[in-house]
Ligand binder design. Structure first.
Ligand SMILES: *Cc1c(COP(=O)(O)O)cnc(C)c1O
Length: 376
């Protein structure tokens, strides 16, 4: 059997959790959380990083920071996970869906400007598969229209665009450390702030709307309800797990890239025979091998492919059901223009097993099953 994903353990997780247990500080923002903040600030170049219980939570903070509310619009792809849209929908804003590019499956930057209205407040690029959106264009549009850029970099740890880390290019970014992501703490995430503008407010929102962090730093003599907020912190035991992973982020990324490359090389023949499509990584991007996918000719072939692989005990997956076609997306969202590529990708994309511990033998098994599906 070849599993779709298996969390990779570095070996240091339990020792660090033991340390957290014996330190007597189990709640959020203990010494392991602080180590993670520093590590992530150094790696991404963000001026401030705050751990959250999930990327979903980080996006919720971003939506609160953006100040969007009823009647405001937020531009995003429809081909994404629900959290991208939920964060803004929870504030009463309208998600405005734009089609994706057929090569990277990222928001088509050339379609963004036409979707802007006087109600638009933010653009939310999602870096699919850890391959960056065309950020120079996105940032330029945002600057000219005075919009915030909030990056859903859930899949983007250790990936970059023109040398800049994903999540730290826009005003606000969100990373995920969910079990299915490259670096994990089971559940987990981080909020990235490019500059200091939102630092204080982000701390308050993350601490149930209190100025507790300022109190701890001795900047105020009592702490109080200062803004609306919620609890987005992670326990220091989860942070202990996470720092063990972050310390080996480069090793984990290299292992994944090697597997990704092996798939990519192995499938060139099928690409040349025009039986499949393969991922595109633009020259400006260093990706992190978050996933490997094939594009099949149509929904029928993909359904047959997934069953064929399942019969050989190889787990493959498809996603996403486009948000603009979902019950909530239809009710509260709006599509700008044709969603042709979104719908086509959603029908044709299939993800292959990829995780740091996938053996060469398992991978050969997957590759030969793919070839045999295509009759060779
Ligand atoms: C995984 C993912 C999320 C959600 O991350 P959680 O940490 O599980 O909340 C959001 N957006 C995208 C694009 C994702 O892939």
């Amino acid at each position: 059997m070849v599993m779709f994903n298996k969390p990779y353990l570095t070996g240091n997780e339990s020792a660090y959790i033991q340390q957290a247990l014996f330190s007597g500080h189990l709640s959020g923002d203990g010494s392991f959380s602080k180590q993670c903040h520093t590590w992530l600030e150094n790696q991404t170049g963000a001026s401030k990083v705050l751990l959250t219980h999930s990327c979903t939570g980080a996006l919720d903070i971003a939506a609160l920071l953006s100040g969007v509310g009823h009647g405001d619009e937020v531009i995003m792809p429809s081909f994404t996970f629900v959290s991208t849209a939920n964060a803004f929908a929870l504030r009463g804003a309208t998600p405005v869906f734009v089609d994706i590019r057929p090569d990277t499956q990222n928001i088509d930057e050339t379609l963004i400007e036409a979707a802007i209205t006087e109600k638009t407040k933010a653009i939310v690029p999602v870096h699919y598969a850890g391959v960056s959106c065309e950020m120079d264009v996105v940032m330029d549009i945002a600057k000219r229209h005075n919009l915030l850029v909030i990056e859903d970099a859930a899949q983007g740890i250790m990936a970059s665009y023109k040398g800049r880390a994903l999540g730290a290019i826009g005003d606000i970014g969100a990373l995920s450390f969910h079990e299915t992501k490259n670096i994990t703490s089971g559940e987990g995430g981080a909020l990235l702030l490019r500059d200091s503008r939102f630092s204080e407010m982000a701390e308050i929102i993350r601490e149930k709307g209190t100025n507790r962090q300022q109190f701890f730093r001795g900047q105020v003599d009592k702490y109080t309800w200062s803004d609306i907020g919620s609890s987005f912190l992670v326990s220091d035991m989860a942070a202990a797990f996470l720092i063990a992973q972050l310390e080996q982020a480069e090793i984990i990324t290299d292992l994944r890239l090697k597997i990704w490359k092996r798939y990519f090389d192995a499938f060139q023949e099928l690409l040349e025979r025009e039986l499949i499509g393969l991922p595109t990584v633009p020259q400006t991007c260093n990706h992190n091998a978050h996933m490997f996918y094939l594009m099949l000719p149509d929904l029928e072939r993909r359904t047959a492919f997934i069953s064929y692989m399942a019969a050989r005990d190889i787990h493959t997956y498809f996603h996403y059901v486009p948000l603009h076609n979902s019950p909530v997306g239809k009710k509260i969202g709006r599509s700008h223009g044709d969603m042709h590529h979104t719908e086509s990708t959603s029908d044709r994309l299939v993800r292959l097993p990829l995780y740091a511990g996938l053996t060469e033998e398992e991978q050969e098994n997957v590759i030969s099953a793919v070839y045999s599906f295509f009759g060779s």
